[in-house]
Ligand binder design. Structure first.
Ligand SMILES: *Cc1c(COP(=O)(O)O)cnc(C)c1O
Length: 386
């Protein structure tokens, strides 16, 4: 006999027992380095607001003005009557920022990846993904119905073997900066392999844009690659940009194809225009306020040096994502709770977000952190992990 369909309580209990139960905490303040959580002020080390733009006064002011100008809701999908001049201007600015012909806005990064991959490959094709790619990239690959192959993390030999065996079109898909590890894809090598095997290459640079590269151009700028090396670039607006939404940038034909075929673009309501206007301001700040990127790098260096002195096990990351490997899920959760009790919010990341046995504390930095806050975090980590 089949299991009872409605034994959800039993399944929940099982999650709790495995240390995999997830719950939300209530935040009662704007996003920033100091958060009021469950009524108490804590220092935030778990946000993706890397440049501190989520509550920037100029971004907020433009958002309010634009709500007066456009209202709140966008009314429909882009292809019906929801595509405003605010969206269009942001798309043009994102295209210029990434050095590509065009850019297309999506309502979230998750949706961008689902729509993008499933519009580009189908049943007779193959999609090749790094094992540690973001869930939305993996889900996009599965949804496409293409043959789905995962290669071992950063192992180009494994990828090359799989490419050599492909029939039909092949699409290589990778995070630029891996979201739970903070390490970088070997983008020059991926570009080389894509050319050698005439495969497509799609990079999701959610955690690189704004953070890497002199002008915040992300992983592509970091490695000094051309648009020809990385023809399909996806970025999110909810991280370093500090707002909400996502985009794909590439050739005119690519964008035109997505407008026709990306179902998560066609069949969903456009993001509010006020978000687009606020994002235009954050795009300008991201490019011009270079000190934010520089400060972030100083904070990261200080943390890494301090962590090394304390013998903390960091991962191979030069980015704002600095995970500390713990292993056991319950242990990671207990440590996160102990840190919170001391006033530091660091999230525990567990399976299935990361592979079994690699639960971790994921520390992230923002340009708005102060150096003494990093030192205080290191002290607290030392006590909790000892
Ligand atoms: C956050 C993230 C996404 C999803 O973007 P949302 O706009 O939050 O839906 C996609 N890819 C990567 C690598 C991410 O880190």
């Amino acid at each position: 006999m089949a299991n009872s369909f409605y034994d959800i309580a039993g399944q929940l209990a099982q999650l709790k027992q495995q240390g995999l139960y997830r719950s939300r905490r209530l935040v009662d303040s704007p996003q920033g380095v100091l958060l009021k959580v469950d009524g108490k002020q804590v220092i935030n080390f778990c946000s993706n607001d890397y440049l501190g733009l989520a509550n920037h006064p100029e971004v907020v002011a433009r958002f309010k003005q634009a709500a007066d100008q456009y209202g709140v809701g966008s009314g429909s999908a882009h292809l019906i009557c929801g595509h405003s001049s605010a969206h269009h201007a942001l798309e043009e600015e994102l295209a210029e920022f990434t050095g590509r012909h065009r850019a297309l806005l999506f309502s979230t990064g998750y949706m961008a990846n689902l729509g993008l991959i499933s519009a580009l490959v189908g049943r007779s094709d193959t999609v090749l993904e790094d094992r540690l790619n973001h869930a939305s990239l993996l889900d996009g690959g599965l949804l496409s119905r293409a043959q789905f192959q995962r290669y071992r993390h950063l192992e180009d030999n494994d990828l090359q073997e799989k490419l050599a065996a492909c029939t039909g079109k092949a699409l290589i898909v990778s995070d630029g900066v891996f979201s739970m590890d903070g390490d970088l894809a070997d983008m020059p090598r991926l570009a080389e392999l894509a050319k050698q095997y005439q495969a497509g290459l799609l990079v999701d640079d959610a955690h690189g844009l704004g953070v890497l590269g002199k002008s915040g151009g992300g992983i592509v700028e970091h490695y000094d690659l051309s648009t020809d090396d990385v023809p399909i670039l996806m970025g999110t607006l909810g991280k370093a940009f500090g707002t909400f939404g996502a985009f794909v940038a590439g050739s005119d034909d690519l964008i035109e194809w997505l407008i026709q075929k990306a179902r998560s673009y066609v069949f969903t309501t456009a993001m509010p225009s006020a978000i687009a206007e606020a994002t235009r301001v954050s795009l300008r700040l991201l490019q011009t306020e270079v000190w934010r990127r520089e400060k972030l790098q100083h904070l990261i260096s200080r943390f890494k040096a301090g962590a090394q002195q304390q013998g903390l096990q960091l991962m191979d990351s030069v980015t704002a994502i600095q995970p500390i490997l713990i292993g056991d899920s319950q242990r990671a959760v207990d440590m996160s709770a102990a840190l919170l009790a001391q006033g530091f919010w660091v999230s525990a990341i567990r399976p299935p977000t990361v592979p079994v046995g690699t639960a971790r504390l994921r520390v992230t930095f923002s340009a708005e952190h102060e150096y003494h806050q990093v030192d205080a975090l290191l002290d607290a980590l030392g006590k909790v992990i000892a």
